[in-house]
Design a protein around this ligand. Structure first.
Ligand code: G4P
Length: 531
């Protein structure tokens, strides 16, 4: 197959949701439709079970298992589809944000009972920032949920994206009869069905005489009225607006009952983007460029202390990745060769000989990589758009064993390279502040520092709510600000100055009082080469 066709057939996306909305169930059903698995229940292992939330080692173990399902690949309608798994657990939200840098589109799952939840809003913020095309699946229609009109309003309001329903539900909960597909003029009847993938479907226009016969007079009338209302209120679906991340098509269904999943998948195959060009600090990189380039978006440590190696997840952005060839590690300015790169296909890791744009390649790493690292065939540039986000919980790292300070230093550097947490060093006194999005990471770090590096530590909570990266055109003004704010200034791992604020109010006040200093909520603010 030609190189162009290899790229054209690839679709790389993530399913995102607030925990419990049905991400795992939907993933599993997509794999079932794609023939990648034969039975329901096969994907459950990638989910961190609720019962284990207080037991972080158990969670880490489950995360270990989830490496196998980190990227699930299947073929459907001549396309090669890569689903990148994102952890549902809130404390691993950073992992999810980073995975979103490696996809070309997302499917967002919403629970029709709960509507838009906190985690959904935050994930959408990242998608909006990157202009990632989004398809929305409103799930659990077999339960009494909110009115579909209210749900659409809520989506637009809270997620700040225009929506366009492509299917429409006929009742909900115990009265749920199915969905009408406006774009196909088909009626899909709902059946409680957890294992099969067959559908009960009738091709029918809304003005057909036998619609009341199929649905009952009342439901047929309601459906006609509601669809008319939708056609009047919402603009027609535009693929261009979807591609720009401005408009999200909406589907209704019940993942657990395989209902609405096939229409979702079919539409996804039709409209979702092929591997897209990516921005770098030098120029945009087109996937069709024949030289290899790509970046590391995730690093997974091996929890088995006998194997200290880590797994780096590499997204191919252009060219062909070949096993055994030397590639240029831009940050370290050194050439590396990978003799056993692998794919994450299903449960067994198989050696990969070549990978194309859109693919994710697993690389064994002995400490060369950190998140965001770029590999090329010699050119020097870095992919942009892989920022760090402000953590939410901050604690000072205190060394409990002065004899082991070297080990502690190395351990915290490596763990933060992996992206477990972010490390800030206070301007005053060289104190180390670790920032995370969840409490769990502090336990993980403490445990791993002790077991992998032989270093003991304790944590002192800090009264910090947000980290803001700082820039200024005038270097003098910046030094002055850093000097004045002393104990509130730290440096991130790349030596960028960061303002550690007690509250949003504190940030606003400092911003207003210091117009020459710019405050940023993510670490990436350098001018990017425009696409
Ligand atoms: P997540 O990955 O987004 O966290 O959610 P997951 O798929 O695990 O689904 C969360 C719960 O919602 C599961 O129930 C799942 O069975 C249920 N669910 C998923 N889709 C539907 C649906 O269409 N209708 C209904 N009624 N429920 C649905 P659980 O009891 O937490 O787990 P389990 O015991 O069923 O595995």
């Amino acid at each position: 197959m030609s190189y162009q066709n290899e790229i054209k057939k690839r679709r790389t996306f993530a399913i995102i949701s607030h925990p419990d909305a049905g991400k795992t169930t939907l993933t599993e059903k997509l794999l079932l439709f794609g023939g990648a698995i034969q039975t329901a229940g096969a994907v459950k292992s990638n989910k961190i079970k609720k019962t284990a939330t207080s037991d972080f080692m158990e969670i880490e173990k489950q995360r270990g298992i989830s490496v196998a399902t980190s990227v699930m690949t299947f073929e459907y309608k001549d396309l090669l589809i890569n689903i990148l798994d994102t952890p549902g657990h809130k404390d691993f939200a950073e992992d999810t944000y980073r995975t979103l840098t490696a996809v070309d589109s997302v499917i967002l799952v919403i629970d029709c009972v709960k509507g838009v939840e906190e985690q959904t809003e935050r994930l959408m913020e990242v998608c909006r920032m990157r202009k990632t095309p989004v398809i929305i699946f409103i799930n659990k229609l077999d339960r009494e949920g909110q009115s579909p009109f209210d749900l659409l309003d809520e989506l637009e309001e809270k997620l700040k994206i225009r929506v366009r329903p492509l299917t429409w539900p006929i009742n909900m909960g115990s009265q749920f009869k199915g969905v009408y597909s406006m774009y196909e003029s088909k009626l899909y009847f709902f059946r409680i069905n957890k294992t099969k993938v067959e559908e009960d479907v009738v091709e029918i226009g809304l003005d057909a005489d036998n619609l009341p016969h199929l649905l009952g007079q009342r439901d047929a009338d309601t459906l006609r009225e509601e669809v008319e209302l939708i056609e009047g209120v919402y603009d027609p679906f535009s693929e261009e607006a979807y591609d720009q991340g401005d408009l999200a098509p909406v589907f209704f269904g019940s993942a657990i009952n395989n209902f609405g999943v096939k229409e979702l998948l079919d539409t996804f195959c039709e409209i979702s983007p092929t591997p897209q060009p990516r921005l770098t600090d030098l120029r945009p990189i087109d996937p069709l460029e024949n030289k290899l380039s790509g970046f590391i978006f995730k690093i997974h440590a091996n929890l088995d202390p006998r194997h200290r190696d880590r797994i780096a997840f590499f997204r191919v952005c252009s060219g062909k990745f070949e096993r055994g060839k030397f590639y240029h590690h831009v940050r370290l300015n050194k050439d590396l060769r990978f003799s056993s790169p692998f794919t994450f296909m299903a449960s067994d890791k198989s050696i990969l000989d070549e990978g194309f744009p859109g693919d994710v390649v697993g690389l064994y790493d002995t400490g060369n990589f950190k998140i965001g690292d770029t590999l090329t065939e010699g050119e020097n540039f870095h992919f942009s758009g892989i920022p760090s986000f402000s953590p939410e919980i901050f604690k000072e790292l205190i060394n409990l064993d002065p004899m082991k300070s070297k080990q502690l230093e190395k351990g915290i550097q490596q763990l933060t390279d992996e992206g477990v947490a972010q490390l800030f060093t206070l301007e005053l006194g060289n104190r180390k502040i670790v920032g995370t999005v969840g409490e769990l990471q502090f336990d993980v770090i403490q445990y791993r520092l002790e077991h992998e590096y032989g270093a003991k530590c304790r944590w002192v909570p800090m009264n910090i709510a947000k980290a803001c990266w700082l820039t200024a055109d005038d270097k003098l003004k910046m030094s002055e600000f850093i000097r004045l704010k002393g104990n509130q200034i730290a440096f991130d791992k790349d030596q960028n100055p960061v303002f550690l604020a007690e509250s949003e109010w504190m940030i606003r006040m400092n911003r207003d009082n210091n117009p020459d200093i710019q405050f940023h909520y993510t670490s990436e603010f350098k001018t990017e080469a425009a696409l």
